[in-house]
Design a protein. Structure first.
Length: 127
């Protein structure tokens, strides 16, 4: 009695592919995506999941992967939950970095007096 290769593929290959996809998905925080992509695309699905975005929680300071319930970063020992004052300070710094006004424009405003409530009219005289 010859073994049927199709039956072997169905009974062994597909579950092994799904298991490998689950492992690659676990490494990237995307288990379900790993299983689904591996079932439909096989080894190509493993590659897609492994090279895709890492959805595991990360430390805001060192960008290392942390456990969701962690209180402190395992790499630096810093607290992951910031106090309200530290959070405001960090938010202010992030907003300053994302400010669309360039440093040169900001300096020109300061030198021109616009930062102090003064502005120049089109004729170049102060109003």
């Amino acid at each position: 009695m010859d073994s049927d290769p199709i039956l072997y593929l169905i009974l062994v290959g597909i579950p092994l592919s799904a298991l490998a996809g689950a492992v690659f998905g676990f490494l990237r925080g995307r288990i379900l995506a790993g299983v689904v992509f591996s079932l439909f695309l096989g080894p190509l699905g493993w590659l897609i999941v492994y090279l895709g975005p890492d959805l595991r929680p990360k430390c805001p300071f060192c960008r290392g992967v942390v456990v969701e319930s962690a209180v402190a970063c395992k790499n630096r020992g810093r607290a992951l939950r910031l106090s309200p004052e530290e959070q405001r300070k960090r938010d202010r710094e992030l907003l300053r970095q994302m400010d669309p006004v360039s440093r040169w424009e900001r300096e020109q405003r300061i030198l021109g007096g616009e930062e102090n409530g003064e502005s120049r009219s089109a004729g170049g005289t102060r109003s």
